[in-house]
Each structure stands twice: as C-alpha cells, then as structure tokens.
Write a protein that binds this ligand. Sequence first.
Ligand code: HEM
Length: 114
Amino acid sequence: MDPVYYKILHVFALLVLTAWTFAAFANPAPETRKQTLIITGIASLLMLISGFGLVAKVYGGHFFGWMIVKVVCWLVFSALAGLAYRRPQLRGKFALLGFSVLLIALVMVYMKPF
Ligand code: HEM
C-alpha cells in the first residue's frame, strides 16, 4: 500500500487524539470518562500502527533515534486524557506537557536531527 495512506491515517488519528485529549482537559466530567478513554485509546493505537507502518514502508524497517523520541512523546501524550480524570487539578500542567511533547515530536519528524 502507498505510504501516503499511512500518513493520512497517522495524522488523522493524531488530530482525533489531540482533540479528545484537550476536550478532557476542558471538562473532565466523570460521565464522559469512558467515551473519552475508548476514543483516545483507539486513536492512539491507530497512530502507533500507522507510525510503525511508515517505519516499514518509508524506512525499510530501519529504526532511527528520532523515531524513539517520537515513541516516547506518543507514550506521554496518550496517557494524558486518563490523567486529566484522575488528577483534574493538574490539567493546566498536563496541557503544557501535551503541547511540549507534540512540539518535540513535530521537530523530530520534520528535522530528523538523529
Ligand atoms: C505525538 C506523537 C507523534 C506526532 C505528533 C507525529 C506526527 C507526525 C507527522 C505530522 C508526520 C508527518 C507526515 C508528513 O508530513 O508526511 C509523521 C510522520 C511519521 N511518523 Fe509520526 N507522529 C507521532 C508519533 C509517531 C510514532 C509513535 C511513530 C512510530 C515510530 C511515528 C513514526 C512516523 C514515521 C516513520 C513518519 C514518516 C516520516 C517521513 O515520511 O519521513 N510517529 N508523524
């Protein structure tokens, strides 16, 4: 399959994950928890699958340093929606952390420093 389809899925899942994570920061009401965790869980999994699909298709399965950094950013970002419900008083800090790891992941993919 053309890697462009993996890219579309990767970025689409990223947008869904980001939207629902920040919605959870805005209103971590207990009645929205289950739906948020299902949607962010599926989006997060799709991001990882399409990301590794791209590693295979674009880079022939060779793993570079910037990819490891992206996996760490993905791990941190994927945990944030759940954390917003557990520690709602810290959501401002979680949002800051979320923006930071998103920025780091973007710098990694567009500059590929190592
Ligand atoms: C928060 C985490 C992540 C963000 C914000 C992110 C974002 C992006 C973006 C914006 C692209 C560029 C699409 C394009 O313009 O062509 C991309 C491509 C890619 N991503 Fe991710 N991604 C994340 C996580 C991951 C993970 C976990 C992997 C798995 C190793 C991964 C592997 C890749 C690969 C291999 C590419 C293709 C790069 C290329 O074409 O040179 N990403 N990602």
